[in-house]
Design a protein around this ligand. Structure first.
Ligand code: ZN
Length: 300
């Protein structure tokens, strides 16, 4: 028996309503409602008021929180600068956090590094980076000292890799050595690390090592992720628990076109749960809710 035409229309309407509802619950929230946590930015923070400009930018970009990483050019150099920096972060509490750095050649022992990092942690640093091992192998003894110290203090490390920084070979044997030597150290990969995504090494390591994460800055221009949306969607969905949104924006990008990752992640039509994890949930867990496993204190 065939249904009455009116019944057909009703069924169609119901089907459309259900599919709209399912679609809405599975794809990204509309950009107006969407907020990011950006775990990878570089802004100046050493002069009074420096972070006010960053908060304005965050509001424009719909960013709830950022993590600011010092580079050689932006690192504090005097006690006065340090006092101003700490005042800036106190004012931006809950919106802007910071990592800290020690260059590999600056310390000779693990204890020396631990003493510096403890002081940094007490004054609010929540991680170590951006770590550039310039002209060094990823597992150079001078970098191993820093990794050991970060594991002891319970600071995640965000690192950069390129042709002359934190060198490694195909398949990342040196990174693997560090992941295995310091299983309680959280390592966050970025930049040229992504170049091996298509060969499978990135996914393999993310799946194998619970202490490895990656931030998605530099994916669009440097890896297969940016060239192949289908591949990106699959990669981001498979490793949704291990990825952090990061844009690598910095003092150089104020007033310019936003970094491509802001739009790219929305264009992938990821399941809502995946998008929420990558753009905020994972960072919340890692940095503000459940701190790294080896943390000495859990007071943040
Ligand atoms: Zn960076």
């Amino acid at each position: 028996m065939f249904p009455h035409p009116l019944q057909c229309r009703c069924l169609t309407v119901v089907a459309v309503v259900i599919s709209c509802f399912l679609h809405q619950s599975l794809v990204a929230a509309p950009p107006e409602e969407f907020r990011y946590i950006d775990t990878h930015v570089h802004f100046h923070d050493r002069k009074d008021g420096d972070l006010d400009k960053v908060i304005e930018w965050m509001d424009q970009m719909k960013i709830d929180r950022v993590i600011n990483h010092p580079l050689a050019q932006s690192r504090v150099k005097t006690d006065d600068e340090r006092s101003a920096m700490l005042r800036n972060y106190a004012k931006a509490k809950g919106r802007i956090d910071r990592f800290c750095i020690i260059f590999p050649e600056e310390v000779q022992t693990v204890d020396e590094a631990v003493a510096i990092l403890r002081k940094e942690k007490e004054s609010g640093a929540i991680g170590f980076g951006e770590h550039y091992g310039v002209n060094l192998n990823f597992d150079d003894p001078s970098c191993m000292r820093l990794f050991e110290a970060c594991e002891k203090v319970g600071m995640p490390v965000m690192f950069h890799m390129d042709r002359n920084k934190n060198l490694d070979e195909p398949g990342f044997p040196r990174l693997k050595r560090v992941l295995e030597a310091y299983p309680k150290l959280i390592l966050i990969a970025h930049s040229d690390w992504w170049r091996q995504s298509q060969q499978g090494a990135c996914g393999e390591l993310l799946a194998k090592y619970p202490n490895l994460y990656a931030d998605i800055s530099c994916t669009v221009k440097r890896s297969a992720i940016g060239k192949d949306k289908e591949f990106a969607r699959k990669f981001f969905t498979t490793h949704a628990d291990k990825l952090l949104f990061g844009s690598d924006s910095g003092w150089w990008s104020f007033g310019k076109e936003p970094m491509p990752e802001f739009q790219f992640i929305l264009d992938l039509d990821l399941p809502a749960e995946v998008l929420q994890k990558i753009c905020g949930g994972n960072a919340r867990k890692l940095f503000w809710e459940a701190q790294a496993p080896a943390n000495e204190t859990n007071n943040r």
